[in-house]
Design a binder for this molecule. Sequence first.
Ligand SMILES: *[C@@H]1O[C@H](CO)[C@@H](O)[C@H](O)[C@H]1NC(C)=O
Ligand SMILES: *[C@@H]1O[C@H](CO)[C@@H](O)[C@H](O)[C@H]1NC(C)=O
Ligand SMILES: *[C@@H]1O[C@H](CO)[C@@H](O)[C@H](O)[C@H]1NC(C)=O
Ligand SMILES: *[C@@H]1O[C@H](CO)[C@@H](O)[C@H](O)[C@H]1NC(C)=O
Ligand SMILES: *[C@@H]1O[C@H](CO)[C@@H](O)[C@H](O)[C@H]1NC(C)=O
Ligand SMILES: *[C@@H]1O[C@H](CO)[C@@H](O)[C@H](O)[C@H]1NC(C)=O
Ligand SMILES: *[C@@H]1O[C@H](CO)[C@@H](O)[C@H](O)[C@H]1NC(C)=O
Ligand SMILES: *[C@@H]1O[C@H](CO)[C@@H](O)[C@H](O)[C@H]1NC(C)=O
Ligand SMILES: *[C@@H]1O[C@H](CO)[C@@H](O)[C@H](O)[C@H]1NC(C)=O
Ligand SMILES: *[C@@H]1O[C@H](CO)[C@@H](O)[C@H](O)[C@H]1NC(C)=O
Length: 474
Amino acid sequence: MSILPLLPLLPLLASAPTPLTVVEYASTPNGFTTPPRGFNSFGLQVNTGAQPSFAFNQSSILTQARALVANTPASLLSSGDYYISLDSGWSVGCNGDEYGRIIDDTTKFNISDLASTLHGMGLKLGVYVVPGIFSGDGDKTIEGTDISIKDTWGGHDNGLCRTDFDYGKEGVQQWHDSVVGLFADWGVDLIKLDYVTPGSPSPGGATLQPNTSGSVIAFHNAIEKVGRPIRLNISWKLERNASFFDIWEANADSMRTDQDLNAQGGDKLVDWPTTQRAIENYRQFISTVIQDDHLPLTIHPDLDNAFIGNAENVTSVSDAMRTTIATHWLASGANLISGSDFTNLDDLGKKLLTLPEAWVDVANFTARYPMQARNPGTGQNSSQQLQAWIAGPDESGDAVVVLVNYGPDQGQGGFNTSLEGTQNVTATWADLGITGSYDVRNVWESEDLGTFDGQISAQLDEGESQLLRFQRSS
Ligand SMILES: *[C@@H]1O[C@H](CO)[C@@H](O)[C@H](O)[C@H]1NC(C)=O
Ligand SMILES: *[C@@H]1O[C@H](CO)[C@@H](O)[C@H](O)[C@H]1NC(C)=O
Ligand SMILES: *[C@@H]1O[C@H](CO)[C@@H](O)[C@H](O)[C@H]1NC(C)=O
Ligand SMILES: *[C@@H]1O[C@H](CO)[C@@H](O)[C@H](O)[C@H]1NC(C)=O
Ligand SMILES: *[C@@H]1O[C@H](CO)[C@@H](O)[C@H](O)[C@H]1NC(C)=O
Ligand SMILES: *[C@@H]1O[C@H](CO)[C@@H](O)[C@H](O)[C@H]1NC(C)=O
Ligand SMILES: *[C@@H]1O[C@H](CO)[C@@H](O)[C@H](O)[C@H]1NC(C)=O
Ligand SMILES: *[C@@H]1O[C@H](CO)[C@@H](O)[C@H](O)[C@H]1NC(C)=O
Ligand SMILES: *[C@@H]1O[C@H](CO)[C@@H](O)[C@H](O)[C@H]1NC(C)=O
Ligand SMILES: *[C@@H]1O[C@H](CO)[C@@H](O)[C@H](O)[C@H]1NC(C)=O
């Protein structure tokens, strides 16, 4: 008898929201406190129809850089966090210099010249590398040593013209030091290290070693020694379990949480199914961060390039969806690198890339507090078509809240529902894990919505969201 009165409580207990654990970023391993912004070339390199006049060489890159500067307020640029990041193809593919160091393909680029030109424009330069060392450079000697490159090998040719290191061997760190030293002499400010495992799949005949996390450690060690601030951005879809997350967060400044987002090979830059997948991967990432107590968080997620600058004929997603991409990348404190064609921004694209309230106030807040999922109605963190997120609150009680309707699951969103048309998305304070009353402002609409106490609702069409600033009202 005595047990019966407890039974009706069970469903309530099951759906009681977990207390909110505020996630906070700390300084990253190479000393950065904000995510990088700017341009990465990959979207335009592979989606050649999006901007047919783009060629992956110094003149096209400078054309993009000039367009970025022309469209970005000086006050934002002077924050110093804007990068022009070159993707794969800037360097000689199958050999290094006399010491086996990675060198620029001079038919396309002069990197030291590009770096000084970009620095003169208030921008920084990023370059792209992959783990391992050129298979054809085995008989060369590592700079400043008498160690043969082949004596550092621990694997086979991985299909990228490179052989993997045995990361325990003498000479491995010295080679990374010599490469980063050369990059620093040129004026490089960011290194994107791709094909890191475990995580990266083996595309196009590549046969990656299962664990190249040693490359992340070696590049980090080299950056620490070189005396120039350099970010280390690692890629892609990196394994997030404890054994490897510990390595990523101790060595890199940002990590890719998903595969490529761009719609490779066409005339469009992105699509909605992969965007749903990227957001779902971020949800898994941030839930893991909280569950496994990687707090404070010392690595920023990289959701891949933010394709928010160009109209629907180039991005292939609706304006509402494009705004939703901007909202999610900003509110998660993710890398804010755009793959857009900066020579062809539309009015919405300019707003999404520069609105001060988003790029100063919200970005500053979410560079400290990334958003986490709090399901409408339960406060749980599962994947849902109708979703609510909260970043913060900070010490004064302010927060950033996102309400969203992702639209029907396109196959990889993780939520599996297909509610069509406009939906009412309501988050209560219990769902969000907060109390009190807040002055609420819709950021993209630049509109004060009033003072709210207890819950907030939005009518949202498929793919539509609201980016809301919550300010504690006295
Ligand atoms: C997209 O539309 C804009 C504006 O109408 C136009 O300038 C641009 O050339 C178009 N791009 C493509 C790839 O169709
Ligand atoms: C870059 O490519 C364009 C188009 O093919 C060409 O006109 C230009 O001369 C090239 N610039 C350099 C620096 O190679
Ligand atoms: C690259 O540019 C630098 C600086 O402008 C110059 O000194 C150097 O000679 C150039 N290198 C090549 C290979 O042209
Ligand atoms: C992966 O490689 C890193 C660096 O060499 C090493 O510290 C780690 O123990 C390896 N992990 C596994 C599971 O092999
Ligand atoms: C962590 O990931 C590695 C590589 O995918 C895998 O071998 C290992 O079993 C995973 N460990 C756990 C505890 O899941
Ligand atoms: C996310 O949900 C899972 C499953 O309900 C739960 O175990 C975990 O604690 C939740 N994590 C957070 C951060 O709320
Ligand atoms: C870091 O690498 C990821 C993965 O390719 C890319 O999406 C992002 O734009 C890169 N960031 C920079 C600054 O290059
Ligand atoms: C951003 O926040 C920091 C505190 O973390 C503050 O010192 C700084 O002034 C803020 N910057 C802007 C532009 O609001
Ligand atoms: C969605 O469907 C897949 C495949 O049927 C299943 O594995 C997954 O658990 C479902 N997810 C949710 C949130 O229902
Ligand atoms: C949306 O749902 C909430 C919670 O049920 C309700 O309070 C609100 O009135 C609804 N809004 C509309 C426009 O239906």
